[in-house]
Design a protein around this ligand. Structure first.
Ligand SMILES: [Zn+2]
Length: 130
């Protein structure tokens, strides 16, 4: 992959990373506010308890979202590391170049489409065994 293309993907990865960090920070702020609001304030705490049904639902949704974004952040960081290591766009399994159509859709992917499919097949087989 030439430098121009590397720069192109690096920009995508960095802007994706910025988005993910903003989402994580947003959730973090909402959570600390909710905790602050309920600590040392009995009436707020009571309201909180009354709302617990919806609250815990919301919290669950956000926990799920947070976990997903943290995973994305890790993947993006790993992809950026591969850019600096000059191994970006190379399949970690077979060592071939990853198809660009695939990189455009999933810029942080580590595997080419063939290896990804093989991996999914292996996973499915494993699941059947248990
Ligand atoms: Zn491969």
């Amino acid at each position: 992959m030439n430098n121009e293309k590397i720069e192109f993907y690096k920009k995508i990865l960095l802007s994706e990373r910025e988005k993910v960090v903003k989402i994580i920070e947003g959730i973090d702020r909402r959570w600390s506010k909710a905790i602050r609001d309920s600590v040392g304030n009995i009436s707020a705490y009571a309201t909180h308890l009354a709302d617990l049904g919806t609250d815990s639902n919301e919290r669950e949704k956000e926990t799920y979202m947070l976990e997903r974004e943290v995973r994305n952040l890790k993947k993006l960081d790993q992809a950026l590391k591969r850019i600096y290591d000059n191994t970006y766009g190379i399949c970690r399994f077979c060592g071939k170049e990853i198809q660009e159509d695939r990189l455009k859709v999933i810029p942080f992917t580590e595997f080419c489409i063939e290896c990804k499919r093989n991996e999914e097949r292996i996973n499915n087989n494993n699941r059947k065994n248990y």
